[in-house]
Design a protein around this ligand. Structure first.
Ligand SMILES: [Zn+2]
Length: 116
């Protein structure tokens, strides 16, 4: 069988997972809950990563006009300043989103370790 917590291959008669110490007797009946929680952790991590990617992308976009302006002396009109500001705000929102989903993943991992 496969340990529901760490996914290592364990013998069917083992009471505790040799890899992570999971109690395979009592919590075996919770296999569906464990699988669902692991799925939620994976989703939360994917979402957190997507927010990080978004943050990096918008920070790069936010830097384009200021670099052209301060580096190359290109004039910056009000539209460019607005676009730059919007990119910075979206990047900050991405950080907030990342922190939220990262916390969610950590909370789910804690629940998984507690077994409920
Ligand atoms: Zn295990």
């Amino acid at each position: 069988m496969v340990c529901p917590k760490c996914n290592s291959e364990v013998s069917g008669t083992t009471k505790f997972c040799p890899e992570c110490g999971w109690d395979l007797r009592e919590k075996g009946s919770n296999a569906a809950w464990i699988a669902a929680t692991q799925e939620k952790i994976k989703d939360a991590r994917h979402t957190a990563t997507a927010f990080t990617t978004g943050m990096v992308g918008f920070m790069i976009l936010a830097g384009v006009f200021p670099i052209l302006h301060f580096g190359l002396g290109m004039p910056m009109d009000s539209t460019m300043w607005v676009l730059t500001t919007v990119c910075i705000i979206v990047a900050i929102l991405c950080v907030v989103g990342h922190v939220h989903y990262d916390d969610k993943a950590k909370e789910l991992i804690t629940r998984l370790e507690r077994g409920r």
